[in-house]
Write a protein that binds this ligand. Structure first.
Ligand code: KIV
Ligand code: ZN
Length: 519
């Protein structure tokens, strides 16, 4: 079902999966993952990709630069505080994009101005205007955000935004930074700003909603009805705390209820499911089963009465089709008799774009797995691709490990790693179980004081023959690195995940002294 076509007011979709999304705990992505996500965002048809916060770290700046060079159609933005050094870093990162954008912000609520910025309102207006003016001297497309706008005085907001337009801002963004607004109130704020900002017609009015009260999408839609022209969102709604407005929910609301909302957007909704799977795989942030649009159960009908209705006429209980979000209805089961063509097709449907070499290698792994398991599920394929696609240059590669463990002995592990300089090193450690012992043996080889912040292990599918997938997050000097490992042996999956996180850290540091070890 879809609202009949309206004379469409096309809302600009600004995706911040790679910035606000990636900023969320446990959602960090490495460079290959960010590039893969950016490619999928382009296929989705987003208008703007916020690729990061260049001043945050050299790694962030390099990733934004790489995205800026890789994508063609969408504008590429970097966030920057209202400081010249941040704006310089942002410009340096986006300048090679086809359509560069600098996104600068400063907080405008009384609590933020007093306790965080320690600045008075006049100084904030002055800083906002000078930041926008400076950004405009570098880049023709400048977005200005009034952080914590929904808890700011609306008259003061009109003053700050008027100064920003005067200084050359081309987009004015109204963030509900802490997810405090409710829909009617937020719509009223948008109407008030439209009426009160001097020169508002020269800029695009945007909203950016967080989900602390579960209202991010509702608030964004209310703002669109009130005249907002750009919405900021993330795939799967990932982002700080409870996340941001979910792109897939906004896009499907605009497609299904566009008539009522008086707006539409340029998203190719059939790319939603692949995008969701890719972001879940790249960040390790799982999608809850009952999540709207992309959850496992979003199109599942369990109750008998519903199934009866669906069989008689799908529209009895289905307001949108699975196909419209890129979820094919009748999937072929893949197993050991499946050929390369069927495999390639499924990989593409899952949004897991692979180069020819990777595709050939992963197809071999798929065949090996299919020999062990009767059927290979989509989750298995995603896990295989994940394990391979996140591969960075390996400073440490697993050669072998041997564990000795049981209910009445102290676990020991001997791990042998190949180093980048071609040498091998083997160490033995005892630990609280075989996984702890293996991590400690690896620590001895790597020679750094790594903090294990998070470790989880789960089976990719059900059944005794399931593959185990481990996720590890380590920290060193305040930086965090994720790694994932896959094997039908859970200790091996854990060791591989730990090494993947270490290799990600080494890749960011430029590979240390060339041996792979700490110097
Ligand atoms: O939530 C927020 O206020 C932000 C701004 C920096 C746009 O993310
Ligand atoms: Zn935000």
């Amino acid at each position: 079902m879809r609202d009949p076509d309206v004379s469409c007011r096309r809302v600009i979709v600004f995706d911040t999966t790679l910035r606000d999304g990636e900023q969320a705990p446990g959602c960090s992505m490495n460079l290959p993952e960010k590039l893969a996500v950016a490619g999928q965002l382009e296929r989705l048809g987003v208008d703007v990709i916020e690729a990061g916060f260049a001043a945050a770290s050299p790694g962030d700046a390099a990733a934004i630069k790489a995205v800026a060079k890789a994508v063609r159609a969408p504008a590429v933005a970097s966030l920057a505080r209202a400081l010249e050094k941040d704006i310089d870093a942002a410009w340096e990162a986006v300048r090679e994009a086809q359509r560069p954008r600098i996104h600068t912000f400063i907080a405008t609520s009384p609590i933020h101005m007093e306790y965080k910025l320690k600045m008075g309102p006049d100084a904030v207006v002055e800083r906002a205007a000078s930041a926008v003016r400076y950004a405009r001297s570098l880049c023709p497309d400048v977005e200005f955000s009034a952080e914590d706008a929904s808890r700011s005085d609306p008259d003061f907001l009109c003053r700050v935004f008027s100064a920003a337009v005067e200084a050359g801002a081309t987009t004015l963004n109204v963030p509900d930074t802490v997810g405090y607004a409710v829909p009617g109130e937020f719509a009223e704020l948008v109407r008030r700003l439209r009426a009160g900002i001097r020169g508002v017609e020269r800029a695009v009015l945007s909203v950016h909603c967080h989900n602390d009260l579960g209202l991010a999408v509702a608030n964004s839609l209310a703002a669109i009805e009130a005249g907002a022209e750009q919405v900021e969102c993330t795939v799967n709604g990932i982002g700080e705390r409870a996340g941001n407005a979910a792109l897939e929910e906004l896009a499907m609301a605009l497609r299904t209820r566009g008539n009522r909302l008086g707006a539409c957007c340029g998203i190719d909704t059939t790319q939603i499911y692949p995008a969701s799977r890719l972001v879940a795989a790249s960040t390790g942030s799982k999608v809850q089963a009952n999540k709207a649009i992309v959850g496992e159960n979003a199109f599942a009908h369990e109750a008998g009465i519903h199934q009866h209705g669906i069989l008689a006429n799908r529209e009895t209980y289905e307001i949108m089709t699975p196909e419209s979000v890129g979820l094919p209805r009748n999937r072929m089961v893949l197993g050991k008799h499946s050929g390369r063509h069927a495999f390639d097709e499924r990989v593409a449907e899952l949004g897991l774009a692979l180069g020819p070499e990777d595709a050939a290698r992963i197809f071999e792994q798929f065949k090996e797995l299919a020999d062990k398991k009767k059927t290979v599920s989509d989750r298995d394929i995603e896990a295989l691709v994940r394990g391979s696609a996140r591969r960075l240059p390996e400073s440490f590669r697993l050669e072998r490990f041997v564990i000795n463990s049981g209910s009445s002995i102290t676990a020991t592990s001997a791990v042998c790693l190949a180093l980048r300089d071609g040498t091998r090193e083997e160490r033995v450690a005892v630990g609280d179980g075989p996984i702890d012992a293996s991590f400690k043996a690896i620590d001895k080889i790597v020679g750094k004081r790594l903090v294990l912040e998070d470790f989880s292990l789960e089976s990719v599918t059900g059944g005794k023959d399931a593959q185990g997938e481990a996720h590890v997050r380590i920290a060193l000097d305040g930086r965090r690195y994720n790694g994932r490992g896959l094997s039908t042996d859970i200790v091996e999956a854990s060791v591989r995940a730990y090494l993947a996180a270490i290799n990600s850290m080494e890749a960011e540091a430029g590979g240390g002294d060339g041996t792979g070890r700490a110097s």
